[in-house]
Design a protein around this ligand. Structure first.
Ligand SMILES: Cc1cc2nc3c(=O)[nH]c(=O)nc-3n(C[C@H](O)[C@H](O)[C@H](O)COP(=O)(O)OP(=O)(O)OC[C@H]3O[C@@H](n4cnc5c(N)ncnc54)[C@H](O)[C@@H]3O)c2cc1C
Length: 443
């Protein structure tokens, strides 16, 4: 996550540096309240539209960026942070634009003398000047809508389907904010590196918004398949769903996930592909009956149902220099490890691996499957059952695995649990970048 945080901060600092170096951001000549206010409006405008443009681009799942960010789950986390940053910055932008007007209206501030706007010689800038009024009002309304839509996204009380249905409208809001930003960015800044970068980000973001609005996200990575097997394991309350793909599938690395649509009206949900790729078009998904929709699968899925699978995505692929690995799968977070064990059973990689599976229920059938996969892959399996065994902690791991400092740790499960283990191991000497965590929450 530190890498992601660094990327997030670098983006905002990069935009800030470009703005500071831009011709119209001359702080040394700024004097008086309204001069500083105008600079703040320009700066927050650039930062806000920059953050939202990158968030928009990440929303369309650009796989060519996955390697850079460590997987789509991380890109969506950055998307979320940029959305929140965009909201906070645009509130500051709105307040710095409107606030002084309210103060003038309340007689608390004197309106600055307004000279005649300089005559623009460049045709396009003359046009932008003529659009100021339109740009200001479309920006204001888009801002109010953005606040509502981002609030729905952040407040988890709103069910996923509300979030999902409303979130798409943010693409429309984004396009309106581009129409607001283009004419209002200081003309002198257009002809500068800042103008080039912000312009490119807005073009990229606008294309992404159109891809989202025309529902073209991931279409090239979608395959149709038929359910061959739909079995509900009562003990762990997990649906085992076997799919035979009809369309071409590019193959996948063990640990990757896909967006699966079992019912078109519900839309896609992300699930880890719980089987290694054998080139036979078969995929297995293990889906915990967890929430509104997944609880219905046991009674709604039937062999023969047609489904769509989009992917593969993710970089939870067990690649790394270390010859030693420690795996921790909590609950349904065992799925990427099942796929990896199946792949190691066919193509061993010579690494020494310990797998800790923390379960709330010790189901003999599911347990036997996992034990058999571990045996075949040569993985040392440790099973911890809540209520029977002590919780897994970093301290316990360090005590049980003497060479833990030489290992790479792969964790999949509840974020807080992962963060606790990571901070313990890193505080005791695990080098940064050796703890890999798949994020199962996209909201
Ligand atoms: C990369 C990744 C891999 C995953 N792999 C598996 C797996 O192998 N097996 C498994 O059982 N679960 C897996 N999940 C979790 C699974 O996607 C959710 O549990 C499921 O979508 C919940 O749907 P629901 O309607 O039952 O839950 P709700 O009750 O609606 O929500 C429960 C949680 O699931 C999230 N969620 C709901 N719908 C969606 C959706 N369409 N897209 C994304 N998140 C959603 C919500 O934000 C909420 O946090 C994975 C998630 C991610 C991000």
């Amino acid at each position: 996550m530190k890498t992601l945080q660094r990327r997030f901060i670098t983006l905002l600092l990069g935009l800030s540096a470009l703005w500071l170096l831009a011709p119209a951001s001359d702080l040394s000549n700024a004097s008086g309240f309204f001069a500083w206010r105008n600079l703040l409006v320009q700066y927050s405008g650039v930062l806000g539209i920059g953050a939202m443009s990158v968030a928009m681009i990440l929303a369309v799942r650009p796989t060519w960026l996955e390697g850079h960010f460590g997987g789509l789950d991380k890109m969506y986390r950055l998307h979320k942070w940029l959305g929140i940053a965009g909201l906070v910055i645009s509130i500051l932008h709105w307040l710095s634009a409107k606030g002084p007007k309210w103060l003038v209206g309340a007689g608390l501030l004197e309106r600055p003398p307004r000279g005649k706007a300089p005559e623009q010689t460049v045709e396009i800038f003359r046009f932008f000047q003529s659009q100021r009024g339109f740009a200001e009002s479309i920006g204001e309304w888009a801002f109010y809508l953005a606040v509502v839509l981002i609030a729905i996204a952040l407040i988890k009380r709103f069910p996923w389907r509300w979030f999902f249905a409303s979130h798409r409208w943010l693409a429309v809001v984004y396009l309106a904010l581009v129409l607001h930003s283009v004419p209002l960015l200081s003309f002198a800044n257009w002809a500068s590196p800042l103008g080039v970068v912000v312009g490119a980000l807005m073009i990229g973001g606008s294309l992404a918004a159109l891809i989202s609005l025309f529902r073209r996200i991931g279409v090239k990575r979608r395959a149709v398949g038929v359910i061959e097997r739909a079995e509900f394991l009562e003990g762990p309350r997990v649906n085992a769903i076997g799919i035979q793909l009809r369309d071409r599938w590019p193959g996948h690395a063990a640990g990757q996930f896909a967006f699966v649509t079992f019912h078109a009206e519900e839309g896609a949900h992300p699930f880890t592909i719980s089987s290694a790729w054998k080139g036979d078009g078969k995929l297995l998904f293990l889906v915990k009956a967890l929430g509104d929709y997944t609880r219905t699968l046991a009674s709604s899925l039937r062999p023969g149902d047609v489904v769509s699978v989009e992917g593969p995505y993710g970089r939870f692929d067990f690649e790394g220099a270390a010859r030693r690995q420690i795996w921790i799968g909590a609950g349904i977070g065992i799925t990427p490890f099942i796929a990896r064990m199946q792949s190691l059973a066919v193509t061993p990689d010579g690494r020494v691996v310990d797998l800790y599976h923390c379960r709330s229920v010790d189901d003999p059938v599911a347990g036997a499957h996992i034990a058999a996969d571990a045996q075949a892959a040569g993985v040392r399996l440790h099973v911890l059952v809540s209520g029977r065994d002590a919780r897994l902690s970093g301290e316990r791991l360090r005590a049980e695995i003497p060479d833990w400092r030489d290992a790479e740790v792969w964790f999949c499960g509840p974020s807080a649990f992962g963060d606790a283990i990571r901070s313990d191991l890193e505080a005791n000497g695990l080098p940064e970048g050796r703890f890999h965590q798949e994020l199962f929450a996209m909201r």
